[in-house]
Design a binder for this molecule. Sequence first.
Ligand SMILES: NC(=O)c1ccc[n+]([C@@H]2O[C@H](COP(=O)([O-])OP(=O)(O)OC[C@H]3O[C@@H](n4cnc5c(N)ncnc54)[C@H](OP(=O)(O)O)[C@@H]3O)[C@@H](O)[C@H]2O)c1
Length: 309
Amino acid sequence: MPKVLISGAGGQLASTLATRLVQLPTFEVYPYNRQAWDVTDQQTSTEIFDYVQPDVYFNGSAIHNEEWVLKDVGRAFDVNVVSQNHILDLCNKHKTKFVNISTNYIYGGDESDNKLNLPPSIPSPFTVYGVSKLSFELILKMRCNDWINFRVSGVFGQNGSCQKNGLNFPFQVLNHLLSNDPMYVNDTDITNISYTEDIVSSILLNNFFEKSAVKNCHRNLINEGVVTWYEVATYIARLFNKQNLIYPVKKDNRRNTSLSLSLQIPCWKDAISRFIINDVTKIGKYKKLFGYNSQINQTKWYEFEREDE
Ligand SMILES: NC(=O)c1ccc[n+]([C@@H]2O[C@H](COP(=O)([O-])OP(=O)(O)OC[C@H]3O[C@@H](n4cnc5c(N)ncnc54)[C@H](OP(=O)(O)O)[C@@H]3O)[C@@H](O)[C@H]2O)c1
């Protein structure tokens, strides 16, 4: 039974992973949140590896909020790069597969890519956060014996992101809809979104945690389809008949951080629909939104999606 060690397990993505894995009889799961394991504490990292002897290490820890990064660049590089470099040594020592989570923000800084609708091919970060993530991708490739690097984009899941006040983009939209507050949204830059449930399903379906799995490569875990944030916001608002609250913001220069689809993962509209049905309907404060006039009705839902095509 593979032992999976998870850092940053209180986070949006890692918490979905941990919840799913503990329900499966095929994995032994060791989820540690930051309080239990601060990855910058190298002594603790060494002790945890000695104790768990993991087959797989899943890196769910990161500082990804650019404002936080800029407030303490040293700390951000410590979490995103230096501590992971030490963990990488532990993975090599214990023959552990290093499963890393990276970002679409390793792209987007190259002006020549901005005019194209195609996913950029040359990494060129435009944030210090992106630089830290790209740095560790390069170190992983250079120094680790057994690794896989997943790039995700616009992550959303039931728990929201710790570094966005427990929110993610769909929650931000829903909050505007709840308070009938207009929302002005970027309709120029292009990106993708990644539903945590679909990221985890894809990892499990493709057996990426197995010893025999494909290794030492990058995979993009995104829901199918390239989007602007305005398109995502409008799609959500339409489900509640509140599209009049969403306004597009146009910019002169397009930033393109879209990723190419590496694996078959449901399209972004389908992901948003399931997120709202499976996750949002359970959250008390959003119950008000699911009134008689909304499109949110399990039986009608897929009719609505078809009409939308
Ligand atoms: N969110 C997005 O839209 C997005 C987009 C592209 C890529 N990504 C990548 O996806 C991954 C997961 O993001 P997410 O949305 O799940 O973020 P998240 O909810 O903010 O989770 C990050 C986790 O890292 C933990 N952490 C921070 N410093 C730590 C430390 N020193 N030791 C141990 N844990 C530490 C945080 O703990 P505390 O909350 O207790 O500080 C938090 O639980 C990250 O690698 C991120 O770069 C995210």
